[in-house]
Design a protein around this ligand. Structure first.
Ligand code: FES
Ligand SMILES: [Fe+2]
Length: 364
């Protein structure tokens, strides 16, 4: 099956109108697998952790050794149950004190005689959670496709980076004045690498780039421009961590639909979690992980060298994305042709968004 034609598959309104944003939250984010953090940060036995999966507040718990996900809302009047993270034997609603076990079962209803017998079966509503290769993912829709089916071939693509054995060396949060799709369209745009990042990315052969579609995911690789020479973006002082992978030395990047992006080299992996907050407001959480460096002094030098470049690249991307957002709201705004091959992935991504929004999409 050939991929959809790389055309502008979305109306302008998709980038700034609140009704589009609301439709995406409901039809994409309330039903998709979303990156939730490192598996190492998930709750320990007897613990809980709250997070947002698109529009859905979720609650992760671990009891009897099982990590579970629930909707973070009470089965009585539907109040949000808990905030933050902590340890608890029971989750008790502050409002009328219905209480739940960490496995989701309803434990008690005050003045229970005032409720029908069936009320006793109202446990927490389940959601989905998956731990994979040191990463944690959630899906608010208990009926969604299984995690492994969603991951597909991207699993083999990401497996060379053993996240569970790595250490976070850099974390940052960036707030963008732009729609979430613009950030990701830029991430999968192979044309801008040689131009926007002319001075900030060195050592890669952009002309030899290639990407493949796997399900709705985008998987990308480009080789080193000087084979065998450690490129500037690889932090000196950190060991090689990549375990296998068929492509040889170079830079790998991915975007798992809808919003888990990243890039990996020989000695690091960078995770980008893209969180839509409003039609023209997006949060991007960045985490860079590397192996245990030694000696420590060299590690620091390497970290600093690597980090002095990372923010440059991201700042350039943010500038580009915000520049489109600043212009797209004007009547008459039109996008020109996209670069054959190097920007085709943008059209493919838009066609997936359009298909999920489906009939009755808000107009232009
Ligand atoms: S809303 Fe939770 S007990 Fe009433
Ligand atoms: Fe970029």
């Amino acid at each position: 099956m050939s991929p959809p034609a790389p055309a502008a598959a979305l109306p302008r309104a998709a980038y700034f109108r609140p009704d589009w944003f609301a439709a995406e939250q409901e039809r994409i984010f309330a039903r998709s697998w979303l990156f939730a953090g490192l598996a190492a940060d998930a709750p320990a036995e007897g613990g809980y952790w709250t997070l947002e999966a698109g529009p859905c507040p979720l609650l992760l718990t671990r009891s009897g050794g099982v990590l579970r996900a629930f909707h973070n809302r009470c089965r009585h009047r539907g109040a949000k149950l808990v905030e933050g993270r902590g340890a608890a034997r029971l989750i008790t609603c502050f409002y009328h004190r219905w209480c739940y076990q960490l496995d989701g079962r309803l434990r008690g209803i005050p003045d229970a005689q005032r409720f029908p017998e069936e009320a006793r079966a109202l446990g927490l509503e389940t959601a989905l959670v998956a731990e994979w290769n040191g990463l944690l993912f959630v899906n608010a829709d208990a009926q969604a496709e299984p995690f492994e089916a969603w991951l597909g071939d991207a699993g083999a693509f990401l497996a060379p980076w053993p996240v569970a054995a790595l250490t976070p060396v850099h974390r940052a949060t960036h707030m963008l004045r732009a729609n979430w799709k613009l950030f990701l369209e830029n991430h999968i745009d192979g044309y801008h690498l040689a131009h926007l990042h002319r001075d900030s990315i060195d050592g890669l052969d952009h002309a030899a780039q290639r990407w493949t579609a796997s399900g709705r995911h985008w998987l990308f690789f480009e080789p080193l421009s000087r084979p065998g020479i450690r490129p500037p973006f690889e932090p000196a002082g950190f060991p090689a961590i990549r375990q296998g992978g068929a492509d040889g030395m170079g830079s790998t990047a991915w975007k798992l639909f809808p919003t888990f992006a990243g890039a990996g080299g020989e000695s690091f992996v960078a995770l980008l979690n893209v969180v839509p907050l409003a039609p023209a407001q997006t949060r991007v959480d960045v985490m860079v992980l590397a192996g245990q460096a030694s000696p420590l002094a060299r590690a620091w030098a390497g970290t600093k060298a690597a980090l002095s470049r990372t923010p440059d690249v991201l700042a350039e991307d943010v500038r580009a994305v915000e520049a489109i957002q600043a212009a797209i709201g004007a009547p008459g705004w039109r996008e020109g042709p996209l670069a054959r091959g190097w920007e085709d992935a943008i059209g493919v991504f838009r066609s997936h968004v359009a298909a999920l929004i489906g009939e009755g999409a808000p107009g232009d």
